[in-house]
Design a binder for this molecule. Sequence first.
Ligand code: HEC
Length: 111
Amino acid sequence: MAAATLRAASVLAAAAALCGAAGPAAAQDAGAGRAKAQACTVCHGAVGLSTAPDAPHLAGQPAIYLAAQLRAYRSGERKHEVMAVVAKPLSDDDIRNLAAWFNSIRIEATP
Ligand code: HEC
């Protein structure tokens, strides 16, 4: 299941890259984001479904929202001890790529 989700996400990310779906100015690289996201898995899970009870799910969230939160943690505008440390070394490209990766993961909600 997780492997299938990862594969599907890779296909989607590749398709998005081919279509230039990222838009003109912001070059997003979900593949690079996925590699960078290794550091996030301990709390946010391998596919963005969190394993730590106090960490939110990131899979499928809007890229704009995710990037804004990471920039806010980095600047100190949004305060959280752990995420401030995590976000501090991230470049603008890292943030765009991470946001693209977590956004590219497809999730299903069952009411
Ligand atoms: C040690 C655990 C830990 C690690 C590692 C970690 N996070 Fe987090 N993350 C958290 C917690 C806890 C929160 C909730 C913080 C809060 O209440 O503001 C959070 C919140 C976030 C949010 C805000 C989500 C929302 O819904 O508002 C984003 C985005 C995020 N993390 C991205 C990342 C990324 C990207 C990485 C890896 C580069 C990462 N995190 C690594 C624990 C972690």
